[in-house]
Design a protein around this ligand. Structure first.
Ligand code: CDP
Length: 221
């Protein structure tokens, strides 16, 4: 009997485009390890803010990065990042302060380089822990981290709708501003990806659209 394939699913998209809810649901449906790379950039940002490092202080950023190690704690189906052995509480990584700074820190090449191999390594973590694959969400997953992913999706949603979603969640966010800071990465990850406009779709409809080809690939193996 042929063994089931190990599938890598890349989901990129702008701020508040529904990547996290979609990825979480897919991870549950297919037993994929879920890696939310936005939370990795947020954790690094929280750590830099704790150390009072500013995005202008590149030497300070590099020194702080050299002083921390990145490991993973798998909780359920979620691959959480640990910095020097500790996870950073969700309340801190989703705080208004981290949200306001993350895109600036994420634009620094040393920050992106520090997380590159770590993110690729999540495929090994998923295999080791017996998952059927990996669903990784972010801004550059299909372009830089896993350009050979089995599936590459790009989630789009109208900026007004996205700002409304954030407000409904009671979160302070500048969706359009972060998109501007992230725009080059977003454009690159859009190339060659399957574009899904979720503006007028429910979460279930977005998930079903993405799940269909994944289910077909597992079924054909
Ligand atoms: O909360 P939301 O889904 O809007 O964003 P996120 O996925 O938590 O990502 C927070 C920020 O991290 C983004 O605005 C990007 O600046 C940065 N990021 C990145 O540069 N590359 C990634 N692969 C993921 C996130």
């Amino acid at each position: 009997m042929p063994s089931s394939p190990f599938l890598i699913v890349a989901i990129d998209g702008g701020a508040a485009s529904g990547k996290s809810s979609t990825s979480r649901t897919l991870s549950e449906r297919f037993h994929l390890l879920h890696a939310d790379t936005g939370s990795y950039y947020r954790a690094v940002t929280a750590e830099l803010l704790r150390r009072h490092v500013t995005p202008e202080d590149i030497n300070g950023v590099e020194a702080a990065l050299a002083a921390v190690t990145f490991t993973t704690r798998v909780t359920g189906r979620n691959a959480e990042i640990e910095l020097s052995g500790h996870t950073i509480p969700d309340t801190e990584i989703r705080s208004a302060e981290v949200t306001a700074h993350v895109a600036r820190f994420a634009a620094i090449p040393a920050v992106r380089a520090a997380l590159l191999d770590y993110q690729r390594g999540q495929a090994d973590t998923a295999r080791r822990d017996g998952f059927r694959g990996l669903v990784m969400e972010g801004r550059d997953i299909g372009s830089k981290i896993f350009p050979d992913a089995d599936f590459r999706f790009f989630l789009f949603a109208d900026p007004v709708e996205r700002a409304r979603r954030r407000e409904q969640q009671g979160l302070q966010d500048q969706v359009a501003k972060r998109d501007t800071l992230d725009s080059q990465r977003l454009q690159e990850s859009l190339q060659g990806a399957v574009l899904i406009d979720g503006t007028h779709l429910t979460l279930a409809e977005v998930v079903d659209t993405i799940a269909a080809p994944i289910a077909a690939k597992f079924a054909s193996a």
